[in-house]
Ligand binder design. Structure first.
Ligand code: UD1
Length: 428
């Protein structure tokens, strides 16, 4: 098992190129199940979740070949041939390690009329049910049975339906949008999620021949078609990775230029970070961030896009822990996403949790200590805290981090951080 050792207190300076977005890449990979033929996918991040999803696809019969990096970004190009599927089952062993495996349900059912996908079960940051995915598919005529921990779905051909999502679920919207693309008739999804990754998936589906209108709004109209075709596609830049590096400047000081990102996708984050006193300049697809003086405290409430993303809540808490005042961070998306609080306290942060809010009283500095990563974004928060803290911080269980951050220690080391990955020999 790997751990990271960080010597805090070093300013960051230089350029970092942002990787392809995990949360855009996973639905794009799932969409390759909708039709036979070979897709060419560029700018995929090298992440544990992407490897898990590739394994899921190959188990289903998809052939995947990685060609050498052909772009300056050094990201592999994937040739994905989904002509002959040999299975329609996503097994528990894979689904339990990555909830997003549920994204194969809609495409498999729409293309093969059959899907058997393990229920994801609980996860560290909350219950995270999939009832909205299932309800939508049922409205489209799928026959669903829940047995032995699996959802067993059948449909001769899905049909268009009017679907209202009680909550604008991201993967729920993606699953239903993919399924509806091949349904007979028109589907309208109301209260759909509006995240940029959904827009990107919809644009890919439209390039494949789907007829989706309303992308980026809360109402999607999907006119089903009989066939889709494979396409070449480039994964959009990761807005959460971009935001994490912007906040790294808030934690350690210095100045970073983040290249190859989409500043438009980060408006809520940029606005909050400017209120903390960070200086942020945007030039095309680059963002420059610098820190001058003490951080100011701000209140933050997570919300579906275009609100402040829950996936950056843990990271901005580090900045508030070091701010000059009192701030309240309210988590409205997931009910149990404050596990990083106990670890930040070990570093000297003054944080109390009351229900869905964390009340943070800024302290002068954090002090290095051993801490443990509990989930993906919590691990990123601990890396930022380690960069800021005086002395040495060791973070164990960094496999969580590897699910969603590509070579984070290499990227940070190149811009001045002192951060080292080591194998501990410990199993846990
Ligand atoms: C996606 C992102 C994840 C991000 C989250 C919220 C991917 C692969 N993952 O996760 O990084 O943190 O959006 O921005 O894109 N819910 C239900 N029933 C459902 C589905 C969801 O009650 O059927 C609830 C969840 O428990 C949660 C809320 O809706 O409280 C939002 O979840 P959702 O948008 O579905 O998150 P994911 O798509 O799993």
């Amino acid at each position: 098992m790997d751990q990271l050792t960080i010597e805090g207190g070093h300013r960051l300076r230089g350029n970092i190129r942002v990787s392809g977005a995990k949360n855009a890449a996973l639905p794009v990979l799932a969409a390759t199940l909708l039709t036979g033929g070979t897709f060419s996918i560029r700018n995929l991040p090298r992440l544990r979740d992407i490897y898990t999803f590739k394994r899921l696809l190959t188990d289903l019969g998809v052939t995947i070949e990685e060609t050498d990096a052909s772009t300056d970004r050094n990201a592999p190009v994937l040739e994905v041939d989904s002509t002959s599927l040999k299975s329609y089952e996503a097994p528990y062993d894979l689904v339990r390690t990555m909830r997003a495996s549920i994204l194969v349900l809609g495409p498999l059912l729409a293309r093969s009329g059959r899907a058997r996908v393990s229920l994801p079960g609980g996860c560290a940051i909350g219950a995270r049910p999939i009832d909205l995915h299932l309800k939508g598919l049922e409205l489209m005529g799928a026959r669903l049975k829940l047995r032995e921990g699996y959802v067993d779905a059948k449909a001769r051909r899905l049909k268009g339906a009017q679907i209202y999502l009680d909550i604008p679920s991201v993967t729920g919207t993606e699953n239903l949008m993919m399924a509806a693309s091949l349904a007979k008739g028109t589907t309208i999804i109301k209260n759909a999620a509006r995240e940029p990754e959904i827009v990107s998936l919809g644009e890919m589906l439209n390039k494949m021949g789907a007829k989706i209108r309303g992308l980026g709004s809360d109402t999607l109209t999907i006119e089903g078609v009989d066939d889709l075709s494979p396409v070449d596609w480039e994964i959009m830049p990761d807005r959460i990775e971009t935001g994490t590096f912007m906040m790294a400047v808030g934690a350690s000081g210095g100045e970073l230029i983040l290249d190859g990102c989409m500043p438009d996708h980060l408006q809520a984050v940029i606005s909050k970070l400017r209120s903390t006193g960070l200086k942020i300049d945007i030039s095309g697809r680059s963002i420059s961030v610098s820190k001058k003086g003490q951080l100011k405290s701000v209140d933050i409430k997570t919300a579906p896009y275009p609100g402040f993303p829950t996936d950056l809540q843990a990271q901005i808490m580090v900045l508030m822990a070091l701010s000059g005042g009192l701030s309240v961070i309210t988590e409205t998306i997931f009910e149990n996403r404050f596990m990083h609080v106990a670890e930040l306290r070990r570093l000297g942060a003054n944080i109390n949790v009351e229900g869905r809010s964390a009340i943070i009283k800024g302290v002068k500095d954090l002090k290095g200590a051993p801490v443990m990563a509990t989930d993906l974004r919590a691990s990123a928060c601990l890396v930022l805290a380690g960069l800021a803290a005086k002395g040495t911080t060791t973070i164990s269980r960094v496999y969580h981090l590897d699910r969603g951050y590509e070579k984070i220690e290499e990227k940070l080391s190149r811009v001045g951080a002192k951060i080292l990955r080591e194998k501990t020999g410990q199993l846990f």
